[in-house]
Design a protein around this ligand. Structure first.
Ligand SMILES: [Zn+2]
Length: 314
């Protein structure tokens, strides 16, 4: 990007800024955007497990789409406009039917900033009843962090407000294919949605399931564990995690995540009982799990902090 900035400044001085803008837009495009058909009509793009960077352009979450005879439902649009656009091109390689729904599974920026790519489609943006409140509180810092991390490539990754809120369950007909969108009690966040394609029994869990990537608690640890008990009962033939991928049959991929949360839960409770401070707890709790997870150093202490503040009032 530095080379382009210098060139932009130089060319702007001689009045050919338009050309430079075109170059900048082109560099922010994602090429080689792969999709996998995990079940007939269910296409997934697996995002990078790395942190957001100018190289991956915010392509850090698993996103995808379900194709009906009448229209397409998108499950998350990725972490920036370039990701959303790449997803849109991938959809057009598969089908020409319109995109009618974009499900915003929860209010995390690696999942929603690509949604702006679908505004011109006139799609319905579906989110949890609690989503707008969280979005209002977080939109500004999320945007400034995106600009900090992606620079010019963040341009156009505008906040998209949901147009339909879900409380409980919502049944959608894509044409020859019915899909259930389900709102969950607080778990990963307080605004988690899942998508279930009834035709193929494909279960899109978003961040209610992490594979290999350290699970993140931004809601409640006890709520997350309770929701996982219900997830386990879902009759899924295929599934898509929010991060990472696994070939293990459902519901096996829930097992490592549950083990991790139970370790945090039990060790944090023990720390509180023995009157350890939150600082001591984050230094000691759950460290045996470090070897099992990617990005452990980035997320684990924060998880323990969340757990401690939740559990200290039990
Ligand atoms: Zn998330």
């Amino acid at each position: 990007m530095r080379w382009i900035e210098v060139t932009a400044a130089m060319l702007a001085a001689v009045g050919v800024l338009k050309t430079v803008t075109a170059i900048a837009v082109e560099t922010a495009e994602i090429r080689n955007f792969e999709i996998s058909e995990v079940a007939p009509g269910n296409y997934v793009h697996y995002g990078s497990l790395e942190e957001r960077s100018p190289e991956n352009l915010g392509d850090n979450a698993n996103i995808g789409f379900i194709v009906g005879e009448r229209c397409v439902l998108v499950v998350d649009a990725g972490g920036s406009l370039p990701v959303g656009r790449a997803l849109k091109r991938a959809i057009r390689r598969v089908t020409q039917v319109p995109v009618c729904h974009v499900v915003l599974t929860h209010v995390h920026p690696d999942h929603f900033f690509g949604a702006a790519a679908f505004i011109e489609d006139g799609a319905q943006f579906i989110a949890h009843r609690n989503y707008p409140r969280q979005l209002a509180a977080r939109a500004r810092p999320y945007l400034s962090y995106l600009r900090r991390d992606l620079g010019k490539a963040a341009e156009g990754s505008d906040i998209v407000e949901p147009t339909l809120l879900v409380d409980g369950r919502l049944e959608l007909d894509l044409g020859g294919r019915s899909v259930e969108v389900r709102a969950w009690p607080p778990a990963h966040t307080d605004d988690d949605l899942t998508v279930f394609d009834r035709l193929t029994r494909t279960f899109w869990l978003a961040d209610l399931l992490f594979v290999d990537h350290t699970p993140v608690i931004d809601g409640t640890i006890t709520g997350f564990l309770a929701v996982m008990e219900d997830l386990r009962e879902i009759d899924a033939a295929h599934y898509v995690a929010g991060h990472g991928r696994s070939l293990a049959p459902w519901p096996q991929p829930l097992v490592p995540q549950r083990r991790y949360f139970v370790a945090i839960l039990e060790e944090t409770r023990a720390a509180i009982r023995s009157k350890k401070t939150i600082q001591q707890a984050t230094d000691e709790v759950g460290l045996a799990e470090a070897k099992n997870w990617v990005a452990f150093d980035t997320f684990h202490r924060r998880n323990v902090t969340m757990a401690y503040t939740e559990l200290e009032w039990e």
